[in-house]
Design a protein. Structure first.
Length: 307
């Protein structure tokens, strides 16, 4: 299986790659043909940059102009894992990957199959989530098969243990302080990032990037299931839903946010399969805390209405 995947990558082709966050659609960062294929198969616009996946920090260092001390601190703590760092790119990085931005997004996934694939292929892989643009992310082998049928060879690495996309963190280290900004919330919490950086003596400032880097993962209407999803806040009744519908399916998630994160994309897909017109998810007052915030970040982008 691994040999076949490597052969495909060497021939400018793509491979469905399991990671702990979601499945990725991976191609060689040094193959322009493979990079073009990623955008074509995903129906992804070229303004949406890709994350580069590495199997060790040395591979990451050559992709950036400067690898700051803060990157060492963060990667020692969180790599391999669901933290993507955005740093100024080196000339090795193709503009197709970064959509012409001066920065590049890099992470080291915490999945043995992904690490084996990158290591044995011999260089990093660009991989967005293996779903069509704006649609629900895949967290199982079967999800990727359903999305792309036989168009893509997929490695079966089981169900994703995290189930939510990585936290994306922009870093700009100056002499006296460190500018940071979360570009996409994810499983690694801001409080954990802040804690380790402060413990290591960094003075943090917000980078205030809102207008200069637009992260498509933050666009409205992402992660959308096949049917309209309505989030119903506790205290409101179904009658409060303003859009017209006949029947609804109520989606449930575990009370534990770690398990709910893992269930989220599977349940969105399953909830789309019945006869009902819409999916409802009830937001309860106890849905609080950083991880529930991330789950509701994804749910509200997947939703057509929140009432
Ligand atoms: P996906 O691969 O579909 O999970 O999305 C990857 C996310 O990483 C997208 O929202 C991208 O916009 C974001 N991303 C990739 N490269 C950069 C970059 N250089 N600066 C900011 N965001 C980036
Ligand atoms: Mg995606």
């Amino acid at each position: 299986m691994l040999m076949k995947a490597i052969e495909l990558l060497k021939n400018d082709d793509l491979v469905g790659m399991p990671t702990e966050t979601v499945y990725g659609l991976a191609g060689s960062i040094y193959s322009e043909i493979a990079l073009q294929k990623i955008f074509k198969i995903k129906e992804r616009p070229f303004f949406d940059p890709l994350i580069i996946h590495v199997s060790n920090t040395e591979e990451a260092k050559i992709l950036v102009k400067n690898w700051p001390k803060s990157a060492d601190v963060l990667t020692n703590k969180f790599w391999p894992g669901p933290l993507t760092l955005v740093l100024e790119k080196s000339n090795l990085v193709n503009d197709l990957i970064t959509s012409g931005l001066p920065t590049v997004a890099i992470r080291m996934p915490n999945h043995p199959m992904a690490l084996d694939l990158i290591k044995n292929f011999g260089s990093p892989l660009a991989a967005p989530s293996a779903n069509k643009f704006k649609k629900t992310s895949p967290t199982t082998f079967q999800h990727v098969k359903d999305e792309f049928l036989d168009e893509v060879y997929v490695l079966d690495g089981g169900s994703c243990s995290v189930g939510l996309e990585s936290t994306i963190l922009f870093l700009n280290e100056k002499e006296d302080y460190l500018e940071i900004e979360i570009l996409r919330k994810g499983f690694i919490k801001y409080s954990e990032i802040e804690k380790i950086l402060i413990e290591n003596g960094f003075k943090l400032k917000n980078a205030k990037l809102e207008n200069s880097i637009i992260v498509p993962g933050n666009m409205k209407n992402h992660y959308m299931p096949k049917k309209p999803l309505v989030i119903l806040t506790e205290g409101n009744s179904k009658e409060d839903i303003k859009i017209k519908f006949k029947t609804s399916f109520e989606m449930n998630l575990s009370n534990s946010p770690e398990i709910a994160a893992r269930q989220l994309y599977s349940h969105l897909r399953l909830s789309s399969q019945g006869q009902e017109d819409i999916i409802i998810f009830k937001k309860m007052s106890w849905h609080t805390g950083e991880l529930w915030e991330v789950i509701f970040d994804r749910l509200s982008k997947a939703a057509t209405e929140i009432c």
